[in-house]
Design a protein around this ligand. Sequence first.
Ligand SMILES: Cc1ncc(COP(=O)(O)O)c(C=O)c1O
Length: 304
Amino acid sequence: MPIQTTSKIWHNGNLIPWEQATIHVMSHVIHYGSSVFEGIRCFRLPEHMQRLLDSAKIYRMEIPFSLEELCAGVVDVIEANGVTPCYIRPIAMRGYGEIGVSPKGSPIEVYIANFPWGKYISGHGGADVCISSWNRLAPNTLPALAKAGANYMNSQLIHMEAETNGYQEGIALDVNGLVSEGSGENVFVVRNGVIYTPPLCNSALSGITRDSVLTIARHLGLPVTEQSLPRELLYIADEVFFTGTAAEVSPIRSVDRVVIGDGKPGEITKKIADEFFGIANGLKPDRFGWLTPVKSNAAEPVTA
Ligand SMILES: Cc1ncc(COP(=O)(O)O)c(C=O)c1O
């Protein structure tokens, strides 16, 4: 889907016109993938911005803004643009300075864009996905806990392969052949009433939606466990679903053309999705304090 432009982008503390948010082709980030970023939907803003700071810390990028300043920047840019459905893309990168691999001489630039972006994984009744022939990042190579631009070269391989072969998304295994995550989503499995998701040591991103689902499941009294999962557990699961800011809670209908359960979104997936969308859309009480209020002139509420 082409990007829909909006009025303003936040750059290093100031709102600038969308068209002026450009960088030089010789910027460090263009050559070496040196960026960290976030994807947000007005939901769990501080947790996302803390992950941005954590990703930057892993790469020794000193961001000259506090958590509070970054969160305020997000609110400012949303108030300036007032779009719905509201997607926010903060990014910190190493800019124009020196061309060597060493990042030290290239300045840190921080941008926060905000534009309308709807559902990422479409499909009535669930997505058809495959196991990718590409593994997720091996430990101690590219750090999986950093949401870095460079990691998404691996995601692109996973996603392109899936699309080329007629699937909506791919699930990658880790370097040891255990279930890791989708190209841009965490994976959950339900079997015999128990909810499973791989732990972070299986090269999965610490998804904020993953955490929301774990919290909701515990709150609903559903048994949930973080443990390594063999590939074949996906085939014999009762339910499988993706979570992510873009994907939200998306049921999976088949894996490698093996139909999951009865091929329809399962009861536990529906229960969790109902709670998740209820809170995100302001239809249920924000019992966990996950929403940040913004002033907006958008025709519809600016929520998830
Ligand atoms: C590789 C990967 N895994 C998982 C996720 C889900 O994370 P979140 O729920 O924080 O959006 C994303 C999306 O950011 C992702 O890119």
